[in-house]
Ligand binder design. Sequence first.
Ligand code: AMP
Ligand code: MN
Ligand code: MN
Length: 325
Amino acid sequence: MYLEQLKEIKNLILQNDNFVLLPHVRPDGDALGSSVALALSLAKMNKNVKILLNDKVPNNLTHLDNSCIVVESLDIESQWLTESYVAIAVDCSDITRFPAFEGVYNEAILRLAIDHHKTAMPDADYYVVEPKAAATAEIIFDLIKEFEVKIDELIAIAIYTALATDTGNFTYSNVTTKTHQIASELYEIRDTFDDINNHIYSTDTVQKIKLHSEVLSRTNMFLRNRVAVASISQEQLIECGCEMQDSEGIVEKLRKIYTVEVAILLKEEEDKKIKVSMRSKNFVDVARIAQKFGGGGHTRAAGFSSELPRHDIVKMLVEDIKKQF
Ligand code: AMP
Ligand code: MN
Ligand code: MN
């Protein structure tokens, strides 16, 4: 089934020339790394390809090749929207994950999606969703093999970045032999990825460290220390001179507490909505919980956005988690 889906995606791609790739909002290493790997491969096949972003490239991902990246929709409209193009959702599979580009997606002559979220409810003409893949980049890797495109260094860096970030550096439960097999092939192309790891994980600012200590120092514990909850307000961001992307890593830190099964971070967005990030350690299915709140994700990492007050969200989440204990 999976292989057939890949072959069909390959055929659909071969029949077309212009592509717009749509990673999800606030792109992470997998969304962006997978998009860059796919874009570079399509470019090698003489296709026109752009990756559309509504946000700037996060600081820890600026090592990725940016030759195909267009930030904001306007550039692409002037350049392309007169010609027909295929849209490909990457690391997501419906417009709720890239709301700024709903029009771009829906006006495509063909809408494809490549995703690995088990909660995916694809809205596409054709898609491949493989929840067994640790990262969307595993599917992209298989697709590139189908294309018979040679993986060069820039593609290897993009795939490595996606694998490393979606697996907590190859430590999470989503890692399989396949993840390591792919990584091993990447090491055939590049002797080391330590510079890439340093870029992803060791380029923090002092402001970011101060934000983390400020937020972590106010952690609340629930259900006999098995649930850790922290939150970030816009005010704290301003005080620390940070942006929301500097919150990256906090929820993983909470999950490290030895008694903790579920870690929750509530992020107040500029529009006052609250973006919730959840991580679990051994058995709680956070994707199931996120789905109830209109979001989604994976068994051990999921999220959603809510307009409810922070206290109400925490209360509802704690009640819900209690049922899985
Ligand atoms: P985050 O906490 O933002 O790092 O997200 C954890 C996982 O849940 C990622 O795989 C996301 O793609 C997914 N996720 C986060 N927010 C949502 C949402 N609103 N809808 C669907 N999936 C989400
Ligand atoms: Mn993602
Ligand atoms: Mn992913």
